[in-house]
Design a protein around this ligand. Structure first.
Ligand SMILES: C[S@@+](CC[C@H](N)C(=O)[O-])C[C@H]1O[C@@H](n2cnc3c(N)ncnc32)[C@H](O)[C@@H]1O
Length: 254
């Protein structure tokens, strides 16, 4: 997958891309990620990229010619999905990460100040995506959050593909809790079954732990696809719900 990130602050973006799972995938050539300094497309020799907003009020907006020319030059006529991180966009999910992982090429346009002139998204037919209901100071962190989640869905990026399947949200559940050495710490012991070597019992324990956690913290995830769960899993969910005192599960259909 080819990916271009256009930003006024290339250094922290490049630093993040140099480490961990993404760093390895880029070094191995599985991902081709290029970072571009938006100031290259500044309006004048003073490096101006932003201006006051029409109608008055606080803050500056990034000018449309800067952003549009930058994307057009980087793309050089090639097709791509243009992503505009924006708190007003649709909220990013694992499902959208999987969808974007199917694209050949992504372009991220990172906003700053009050964001881009509103015409930028329209002209570039950009996909406006929010990473959540809060505001950060620039599009760099959101772009990296989105890119990282998307990249994990690209074959060859995460060494063990099972770990992606097991990730929270992939199967509509939160991931189960994990433990490592020591077996006991500050009076808290690792669940005995995990030390038993019985693979079936371990798998059942993990599934139940995953269901319990999802039910307690994110029942909305379970309810969304409740009737797609196998009947024995639904039965288990009802049992756990009774144990946790959670009501409101849908009745079984006759
Ligand atoms: C300070 S914010 C502008 C926020 C804008 N005044 C608003 O309230 O919608 C500057 C830039 O950060 C990025 N940004 C901030 N919060 C975001 C979020 N939750 N999701 C995606 N991008 C975000 C966007 O690129 C945005 O243009």
């Amino acid at each position: 997958m080819r990916c271009d990130i256009l930003t006024l602050f290339p250094a922290p973006v490049e630093a993040y891309l140099a480490v961990g799972v993404l760093g390895k995938a880029i070094a191995a050539g599985v991902l081709d990620v290029r970072v571009h300094d938006l100031r290259r497309w500044a309006m004048n020799r003073y490096g101006q990229v932003d201006d006051e907003v029409y109608g008055g009020g606080p803050g500056m907006a990034i000018m449309a010619p800067v952003a549009v020319r930058a994307v057009e030059e980087v793309l050089a006529g090639e097709p791509a999905r243009v992503i505009l991180p924006d708190p007003r966009g649709r909220v990013f999910t694992q499902e959208l990460a999987r969808e974007l992982a199917g694209e050949q090429r992504l372009v991220f346009l990172c906003g700053r100040y009050e964001g881009f002139d509103a015409r930028v998204g329209e002209i570039l037919k950009a996909d406006e995506i929010s990473i959540g209901d809060y505001v950060v100071s620039g599009g760099e962190l959101p772009a990296l959050v989105i890119l990282d989640a998307v990249a994990r869905q690209v074959r060859g990026v995460v060494g063990d593909p099972d770990s992606v399947v097991q990730d929270s949200f992939t199967q509509g559940l939160l991931d189960f809790p994990v433990y490592t050495r020591p077996r006991e710490f500050r009076g808290l012991a690792v669940p005995e079954v995990l030390l038993s070597g019985d693979h079936q019992k371990v798998a059942e324990h993990r599934r139940d732990a995953s269901l319990r956690l999802t039910l307690a913290r994110r029942p909305d995830l379970l309810l969304r696809h409740f009737f797609q769960l196998p009947s024995e899993v639904r039965k288990k969910v009802r049992e756990l719900a009774r144990e946790l005192g959670i009501s409101g599960l849908p009745e079984e259909r006759s």
